[in-house]
Design a protein around this ligand. Structure first.
Ligand SMILES: Cc1cc2nc3c(=O)[nH]c(=O)nc-3n(C[C@H](O)[C@H](O)[C@H](O)COP(=O)(O)OP(=O)(O)OC[C@H]3O[C@@H](n4cnc5c(N)ncnc54)[C@H](O)[C@@H]3O)c2cc1C
Length: 465
């Protein structure tokens, strides 16, 4: 029987059958070594609890690495978790300038990679979780359920037991589809689609320059990508949105509460007016047809009216959705609209909240009927685009306190997200003026996602682009 509690606290299942272990001695398994998963690891270490962080990628923060070129809109002071900071500072680390807006690459190099290094062998790379259940229990079996360990199955077939699971696997790997109804467009799988915020002016320049590019989506990611594409010569750009007009995407112009956001919308508006960007409104992507001369993208609106466009590259800036299928054998209580927990949904509703106005929340709002399983981080928000790292850090602080039995701390949830401070594009503008660094807000590299104030269109607009 292959089993045992190695240095990382993993109890694996051998071919000869399960090894029953005292559940309390098992590690807490964290799924995903992104900013929130690593923060969970730091809190667990600080509380003296055994932890294993399983990361699907071959490096930590594999999803952030995919948007490494993007400069975030929240400064360092909101991007560093408290327990992580304490661990790092004890090791001699110095925090970056708290007012600086890091790129994804800086987030990894200056914070997440050093943190993962400190967590050491507790972080396992190339460890993709494919399913979570309870040892010997399917979703239906109740008696004694709470007393048995979680069973976590990896892509390589290995199985790991855990006393609790903190799922911080994000949503980056499950972008929304092109199809306007939420279903994939016909033949969508047969064509290559780039997802939000490709590095158009950097690594992706050759891919886009001179190509007919179609950008689908009405949010800030789409706007940012469109403005970047407009800087490439001889690159025909088409922008397709479901709405009948782009007024929402243009924002308030000079009257916008956030001037930089208004400026971005005004620039986009001007590019559309000048014909540099061709705007297709009422575009409900229905079918994609690959052909020798590009991909024909066909829209069919609810009345049956069709229009089409031919493109060499398609960028889908249509947002993300959570994948709860790994937890299908657990008892989840999901909001039918957002896919967050039901208790969290009203607190993060993008129709009511910007990223800076989400109220503090923790273990109580994140709990499912399955005790010991918590989805945290951007995954916890489901389809709501209002997530901020700072919110995720408070979530894991609270969840880990609860796992440690410190319910007073778990329920003392606090967030310091000044509405006009944490996701304000004026910060990006200030940084640009301070160091001459282009952030994408006022005419530079166009890589800073803009904040969301309220979203009703569901076209993928959001706080984080
Ligand atoms: C372009 C962009 C800009 C953003 N800007 C900001 C900003 O300015 N400020 C802010 O606060 N927030 C911002 N966000 C939102 C959010 O904070 C980030 O998405 C953040 O990375 C979320 O952290 P996370 O740890 O929840 O998830 P992720 O960073 O997505 O990490 C999830 C990790 O889980 C791993 N994983 C996935 N599936 C599995 C599996 N099955 N098994 C094991 N591992 C798995 C992934 O490889 C990944 O490393 C931005 C998001 C994007 C996309």
């Amino acid at each position: 029987m292959s089993s045992g509690c190695c240095g990382t606290g993993i109890v694996e299942l051998g071919q000869d059958g399960p090894v029953m272990a005292d559940v309390a001695d098992l590690p807490v398994v964290v799924i995903g070594a992104g900013p929130v998963g690593l923060a969970a690891g730091a809190h667990l270490v600080e509380r003296g609890l055994d932890v294993v962080v399983l990361e699907a990628g071959d490096r930590v923060a594999a999803s952030v690495a995919q948007w490494a070129h993007v400069r975030v809109f929240s400064p360092w002071r909101y991007n560093i978790d408290g327990a992580a900071r304490r661990l790092l500072e004890d090791d001699g680390w110095t925090a970056p300038d708290s007012d600086w807006l890091p790129t994804g690459a800086e987030l990894i190099d200056d914070y997440l990679a050093p943190l993962a290094k400190l967590l050491g062998s507790r972080v396992r790379l190339n460890a993709k979780v494919t399913a979570i259940s309870r040892l010997g229990y399917d979703r239906v079996r109740t008696n004694g359920r709470e007393g048995v360990p979680f069973l976590i199955r990896l892509a390589d077939g290995q199985e790991i037991l855990a006393r609790a699971v903190i799922d911080a696997s994000g949503t980056y790997a499950t972008p929304n589809v092109l199809g306007a109804n939420g279903l994939p467009a016909h033949s969508e799988d047969s064509v290559h689609v780039d997802h939000a915020l490709p590095d158009v002016l950097g690594a992706g320049r050759e891919t886009y320059a001179g190509k007919r590019v179609l950008v689908v989506g009405a949010g800030h990611s789409a706007a940012t990508t469109l403005l970047a594409l407009a800087r490439l010569d001889d690159t025909p750009i088409t922008w397709a949105i479901r709405a009948g007009s782009a007024t929402r995407s243009y924002g308030g112009g000079t009257a916008d509460a956030l001037p930089a956001r208004g400026a971005l919308g005004s620039r986009l508006h001007a590019l559309v007016e000048s014909g540099r960007i061709r705007l297709l409104t009422g575009f409900f992507t229905h079918t994609v047809i690959p052909g020798p001369d590009g991909v024909t993208v066909v829209s069919r609106d609810p009345s049956g009216h069709e229009q089409q466009v031919v493109a060499d590259r398609i960028v889908a800036a249509t947002g993300y959705r959570p994948d709860h299928s790994v937890a299908a054998e657990l008892r989840l209580d999901l909001d039918p609209i957002l896919g967050s927990t039901r208790a969290l949904a009203p607190l993060i509703d993008p129709n009511q909240h910007s990223c800076g106005t989400v109220p503090p929340h923790g273990v109580d709002e994140l709990a499912h009927p399955e005790p010991g399983y918590y989805a945290v981080g951007v995954k916890s928000y489901g389809r709501a685009p209002t997530f901020l790292m700072a919110t995720g850090y408070e979530q894991v602080r609270s969840v880990v306190a609860a796992l440690a039995g410190d319910w007073e701390a778990a329920r003392d949830v606090q967030l310091d997200l000044p509405e006009t401070g944490v996701c304000s594009s004026s910060l990006a503008e200030a940084q640009e003026q301070r160091v001459g660094l282009a952030t994408g807000i006022s005419g530079g590299l166009l890589t800073t996602p803009l904040p969301l104030v309220s979203v009703a269109s569901g076209d993928g607009a959001g706080c984080c682009g």
